[in-house]
Design a protein around this ligand. Structure first.
Ligand SMILES: [Zn+2]
Length: 341
């Protein structure tokens, strides 16, 4: 009966050729080599029914075929596994040798750094950070701050007018009026923001720059409070040994008014080019809020008093970082901007 085995051999070879995947191969293996119902197991069971002298030869051939099938299935399994692995790798294709993509991380602009530092110092003293509109009316920017239409102080703040009524604010002081109209004392606020003036750009002028305004209003707020607050602030901002000097000055919305100088941070007061040999650097303007301002927002100027100040963030940043041209802050040259942290 060897031709039965030969036929099985041919059938297996033909079926093996059809196999394209591992799953089909496992089916084929089960069908031929399955312990109970496998074709080959069935075939070997027939052995007992054969004439005695045929049995050894038939058994040998059947076992030979079994070995052959096992071998073929093993080698095809290995090939298919390799092939599947290659396909998977090809699909997933991640080249681990490629260098990673560098994501540039941003950092705060030097003016933002200084603004934040100023805010932090005042927040520590119990101030609230407040902001207001950059486009405002003539009333809030000038009139309400004691600068009527013909007031000479208007000339010092060359203004971008948008219309007869509207303008780009020339200082952050109008926010004082907006705030007082909506709140009752006592309060302490600090107001950072952009301001605009029709200045031609040069090393110390920019048509847009940043100010921080401060306002404290309550009962019995005194000039001593103003001095103490600003001295503390300036020591925190620059260094603990910074000295402050108050010189009488005039601003329409305060009475009395003062310019505040700090001991030169470059020469510690001995005199250098930066302080024009005076040992002092002008840093901000301040004063006690003019009673007329309080009356305009409906406060009783007999019982309420307060102080205010304003300063340029750009100027402070220039001093702190030793920058000698304000325009550098606005040119967006990363080589410059990335130096600060
Ligand atoms: Zn100096």
């Amino acid at each position: 009966m060897p031709h039965r085995i030969e036929e099985l051999h041919r059938r297996f070879d033909a079926e093996l050729k059809q196999v394209t995947g591992l799953e089909a191969l496992l089916d084929l293996r089960d069908r031929y080599l399955g312990r109970e119902k496998g074709i080959l197991s069935q075939e070997l069971k027939r052995l007992g029914r054969l004439p005695k002298d045929h049995r050894p030869e038939y058994g040998r051939l059947a076992n030979q075929l079994k070995d052959y099938i096992e071998g073929e299935i093993q080698s095809l399994t290995a090939r298919l596994r390799q092939q599947e692995e290659a396909e998977r790798l090809n699909q997933e294709h991640i080249d681990l040798t490629l260098p990673g993509r560098a994501y540039p991380t941003g950092r705060p602009h030097p003016l933002v750094l200084v603004k934040r530092q100023i805010e932090e110092i005042f927040v520590k003293m119990g101030f609230t950070v407040v902001d207001g509109p950059e486009v405002d009316t003539d009333y809030y920017n000038f009139e309400a701050l004691n600068m009527p239409k013909d007031h000479p102080a208007r000339d010092t703040q060359d203004t971008f007018y948008l219309s007869e009524e509207f303008l780009l604010r020339t200082h952050t002081s109008p926010v004082q009026i907006h705030y007082m109209e909506k709140h009752q004392p006592p309060f302490r606020i600090v107001v950072p923001g952009r301001v605009f003036r029709r200045d031609n750009p040069d090393p110390t002028h920019s048509p847009m720059f940043f100010q921080v305004e401060g306002l404290v209003v309550g009962e019995a707020v005194s000039l001593a409070d103003l001095k103490g607050t600003l001295e503390f602030f300036l020591r925190e901002l620059f260094s603990p040994d910074t000295r402050a000097r108050f010189r009488p000055s005039y601003f329409p919305f305060v009475e009395p008014g003062a310019e505040v100088d700090i001991s030169c941070i470059f020469c510690r007061g001995t005199g250098c080019r930066m302080c024009k040999m005076s040992g002092w650097i002008e840093i901000l303007g301040a004063g006690m809020v003019h009673p007329k301002i309080f009356e305009r927002v409906g406060y009783d100027s007999q019982t309420v008093s307060g102080f205010a100040w304003g300063m340029g963030v750009d100027r402070i940043a220039m001093l702190k970082y030793g920058v000698d041209d304000i325009r550098l802050f606005y040119e967006n040259d990363l080589r410059f901007i990335e130096q600060f942290s």
